[in-house]
Write a protein that binds this ligand. Structure first.
Ligand SMILES: NC(=O)c1ccc[n+]([C@@H]2O[C@H](COP(=O)([O-])OP(=O)(O)OC[C@H]3O[C@@H](n4cnc5c(N)ncnc54)[C@H](OP(=O)(O)O)[C@@H]3O)[C@@H](O)[C@H]2O)c1
Length: 316
């Protein structure tokens, strides 16, 4: 319960801060923009916002989120597997059993926790593959150090979110003499579970395709002119880019929607993660649209004469 409450509070706080960053001038000019968006971001107006805006790390360090998240997810897979099939408690499970309480940790069946954990491991593993093999991050793109720590914390909390709210059903607070937890595999045939798995696969595929489209732009950029942003950034075309400004963000949101559906919209930590993802990526997508308009002017307007949704078709 304590860890669930802590994670939910942190995620909700981040959602509020993300919204504040859009409207509060100091935050807006210091931490909101990253990567290419810094080119068109508001200039810092105070010494404080200038100092905060200068605390940056390479944006290519996004890969650290996925390295750390993936290793942590594999470790949790191992601990949950040991708990279910051997009744042995690893260090994380032992700490939970000792310091936390089982309240609110029995809302999800064990099999759903296991499936959610597998899906989040797959998601972070695919992102790890993409950032290292598919994507072509630019050397000059940077992000504020706050983004770096938030990114690491976010993926860690989503790995926890996948199984924490069913931790009591997994046997975290049971003694090793109690019978091994039986997995109710019939749960896997429920319509919402099948729908969630299909949505997860569909959104994952489109996110991969969109990242490949962005990477292909980079591969076509001539090395001699790679320092000029006009050559390394172009207007992406194809797949969901025809209808949405940031379709890779839309796919990310749909992936968390699918995990929430899998947990019958009753997993508070996943719901808090989804809310943060929607707010954070909608704010960034809005800035991205502004960046495209400023960077490509009439060329951009003429490319999509019918306009595009920013990130959520039919809504924003
Ligand atoms: N769940 C969350 O809260 C959360 C938060 C942030 C990101 N994410 C996910 O992480 C993924 C990456 O996010 P991001 O913010 O880094 O996306 P991004 O800014 O669109 O960048 C993705 C990659 O495409 C390149 N790129 C972007 N626009 C381009 C253009 N017009 N022409 C050529 N290349 C372009 C970028 O180059 P540079 O290296 O030059 O930037 C980068 O390598 C997304 O799918 C997103 O959903 C999730």
């Amino acid at each position: 319960m304590l860890l669930i409450a802590l994670l939910c509070c942190c995620l909700h706080l981040l959602s509020v801060l993300s919204l504040l960053a859009k409207f509060q001038p100091t935050l807006r000019s210091s931490v909101l923009a990253y990567g290419k968006l810094s080119e068109t971001a508001d200039r810092p107006t105070s010494k404080l916002s200038l100092w905060i805006s200068q605390q940056t790390v390479p944006k290519a360090w996004f890969s650290h989120f996925y390295w750390i998240g993936f290793l942590f997810a594999l470790w949790c897979d191992l601990e949950v597997g040991l708990l279910l099939w051997k009744h042995e408690k690893g260090p994380i499970v032992s700490l939970l059993a000792h310091f936390d309480t089982p309240d609110f940790a029995n809302t999800q069946p064990a099999i759903i926790c296991l499936l959610s954990l597998c899906l989040i491991t797959l998601h972070i593993g695919r992102r790890l593959y993409e950032v290292n093999i598919v994507q072509r991050p630019s050397r000059q793109a940077r992000m504020n150090i706050t983004h770096y720590f938030i990114g690491i914390g976010f993926y860690g909390s989503m790995v926890f979110a996948a199984w924490l709210e069913g931790a009591a059903n997994l046997g975290v607070w049971e003694s090793s003499s109690q019978p091994i937890t039986l997995l109710d595999t019939h749960q896997l045939l429920r319509p919402h579970v099948i729908f969630a798995i299909i949505l997860f696969a569909y959104a994952s595929w489109h996110q991969y395709v969109c990242h490949r489209i962005l990477a292909n732009i980079r591969m076509k950029a001539r090395p001699s002119t790679s320092a000029a942003s006009s050559s390394i950034y172009q207007i992406p075309r194809g797949d969901w880019f025809e209808r949405v400004v940031c379709p890779h963000y839309l796919a990310d949101i749909l992936i968390y929607v699918s995990l929430c559906i899998l947990n019958r919209l009753q997993n508070l930590t996943l719901l808090a993660g989804l809310l943060w993802t929607i707010i954070n990526l909608s704010v960034t997508a809005g800035e991205t649209e502004r960046w495209y308009r400023k960077s490509f002017g009439s060329k951009y307007a003429n490319t999509f004469v019918r306009g595009r949704w920013i990130v959520l078709p039919g809504i924003y």
